[in-house]
Design a protein around this ligand. Sequence first.
Ligand SMILES: Cc1cc2nc3c(=O)[nH]c(=O)nc-3n(C[C@H](O)[C@H](O)[C@H](O)COP(=O)(O)OP(=O)(O)OC[C@H]3O[C@@H](n4cnc5c(N)ncnc54)[C@H](O)[C@@H]3O)c2cc1C
Length: 403
Amino acid sequence: MNFDILITGAGPAGLCLARALSGHGLRTALVEQQALAAIEQPAFDGREIALSQHSARLMRALGLWQRIEAREPNAFSALRDARVLNGPSPFAMVIPHGLGRHSELGWLVSNHLIRRAAYEAVQESRETNHDIILLTGEQVAGVHTDTQGAHVSLASGGMLHAQLLVAADSRFSATRRAMGIAAEMHDFGRSMLVCMMTHEAAHHHVAWEWFGYGQTLALLPMNDDQASGAHRSSVVLTLPSRKIDPLLASDADAFARDMTRRFEQRLGHMTLASTRHAYPLVAVYPRRMVAQRFACVGDAAVGMHPVTAHGFNFGVLGIEALADSVLAAHAAGRGIASNWLLERYEQSHRRATRPLYLATQLITRLYTDDTPPARALRHVALRIGGNLLPFKRLVAASLADSH
Ligand SMILES: Cc1cc2nc3c(=O)[nH]c(=O)nc-3n(C[C@H](O)[C@H](O)[C@H](O)COP(=O)(O)OP(=O)(O)OC[C@H]3O[C@@H](n4cnc5c(N)ncnc54)[C@H](O)[C@@H]3O)c2cc1C
């Protein structure tokens, strides 16, 4: 089968890219290893995604935002301000929304709602434009590209050809690897436990990042539970991986007591309100994001540590940059997979992502190092950052994102 664009991976990035390309006379194939049911009705996965204002705009343009709101009017929660705390120190660096141009820094929404809305938007494009083929339950077995095109063999035996191959198959992208592209990977040796909890005290829509000694805690403020009125947050606990398993297995009451203690009662008593999920923390940055007739998007292009909440936000930036270039080339009758186009995409996406990727690595190393000099240094860093208006403006802009 022949296509213009072949995307491997129908996660949020692959689906959003297919949607962005639809309706312009290009034929796209999406290849996904999971069964159709898993992407049609994605299960709750514990992730609350902090969306920058820029991502919110693109989600509206792609029709995702409206779909989520129509189904769950309470789904988007405003992220008004952010507080960063270090150990037992009462000092907090506050990043207020007033530093940006909006009444909130960004928005929070559950990852499975993004995935379901992206799938539905693709379905609508398929029905309207008849230009997307979705192949589910299919794995990529082999890949090669040449001057004529990109050629992909499927584990089921089929063969697909396209002008441009795009990997959107996660940070551990098998497609990127099959293209022979190396990646720098950093395994933090830690995992993140995420779940929803209700609590007695109000959060006032302020997010917390609390670099405690031996653990990192984050609190992402969600809207109050509509039925009970209880205050609700997504809670994120980062610990050495071996310490996460017992917390996943403990009974709900014991877990709630443990979390209440870890949060030092700052939110009063806490109650578990969802399933618990764990993610090992591995950051990935590939040496190249493009090759002959090939590009990476989403986590396949930049696999961020979630602490700075930019994985999906960077995915959105990359999708926009690649889709705009491809559509402009197509409209002008130029090749959609030229080396020039792909290299420009890579340059712009590296410029947009590399500094924060490196800064996130640095922050994470400093704030998970519990030796006395590191503790002192992080305290000083937070104080200096807290007193530097330009620094705080930069952080606010990266969240409020005025690209
Ligand atoms: C705990 C946590 C919190 C996060 N919080 C935030 C946040 O606040 N803000 C933010 O912007 N980002 C956040 N992120 C990051 C965000 O979730 C990811 O960036 C985003 O989900 C990546 O989407 P993706 O489509 O690139 O990859 P994925 O979601 O990994 O999807 C990849 C898809 O490819 C498929 N696939 C894989 N291999 C193959 C193959 N060989 N053949 C075919 N299909 C394949 C998979 O089945 C999957 O459907 C968070 C991540 C975590 C873990």
